[in-house]
Design a protein around this ligand. Structure first.
Ligand SMILES: N[C@@H](CCC(=O)N[C@@H](CS)C(=O)NCC(=O)O)C(=O)O
Length: 218
């Protein structure tokens, strides 16, 4: 039975983007189940039909359901070992998991102040000190990874992997809100933008017409 990945609006749903990219960039076939977010009870109930969390993303693999972006990436890394979503080397794998968990549980100020919204015209907004600190920390993470693994490829650990999928929406956020970045960070963002799966998601997001008013405030 085909895998099903339940996702929300590609324009806004950064958590959906992460596992979608991890699977797509690695050629894992799946059926996409799109449920528009924040439209009301009917769509919320559709999400609840897949996962009691009431949130997307969720992955359905036969009788196994996995919800939450990072858990899906972990599951995919086990289920499709050939995808190499985590680095082979144990120390690098631990590093990749640490930064992925840091992304998953942190950077609340950046996430709140600079929501992913690909339709938004590019432009600077006033940021809090906390958001600035988040941006500095993310740049530090990326620069350190690139310094360590730059020789093996253009992504955080060389080839595109789970950690890149976790940070991919930040590339859109940095671009949309015209965040000034270091040259190494600019190069990494360029590598991400060249990834066919990233381009595919972006094109589809830009083609969407649904607007979620509460995400259109900045
Ligand atoms: N920690 C979760 C976050 C999931 C999440 O917040 N998803 C949002 C969309 S990006 C959602 O489903 N919102 C719909 C709702 O709360 O009704 C993950 O990593 O998957």
């Amino acid at each position: 039975m085909a895998l099903q990945l339940v996702i929300g609006n590609k324009n806004y749903s950064s958590w959906s983007m992460r596992p979608w990219l991890a699977l797509r960039a690695n050629g894992v076939p799946f059926e996409e189940v799109f449920i528009p977010l924040y439209t009301g009870v009917a769509d919320k109930n559709r999400i609840l039909g897949f996962t009691g969390s009431g949130k997307v993303p969720a992955l359905v693999d036969g009788d196994v359901t996995i919800w939450d972006s990072l858990a899906i990436i972990e599951y995919a890394a086990e289920r499709f070992a050939e995808t190499r979503l985590w680095p082979e080397d144990r120390a690098s794998r631990a590093h990749a998991r640490s930064i992925s968990a840091e992304m998953h549980s942190g950077f609340a100020a950046l996430r709140n102040e600079c929501g992913m919204n690909l339709h938004r015209p590019v432009g600077v907004i006033a940021l809090s000190d906390a958001a600035r600190a988040d941006i500095a920390r993310i740049q530090q993470i990326w620069i350190e990874c690139r310094a360590r693994h730059g020789k093996s490829g253009p992504f955080l650990f060389g080839a595109f992997g789970g950690a890149d999928a976790m940070f991919a929406p930040v590339v859109h956020r940095f671009s949309t809100y015209a965040i000034e970045v270091a040259p190494e960070v600019r190069d990494y963002m360029g590598a991400m933008r060249s990834l066919p799966a990233f381009q595919e998601w972006t094109r589809a997001a830009l083609a969407e017409t649904l607007v979620i008013e509460k995400f259109e405030t900045v």
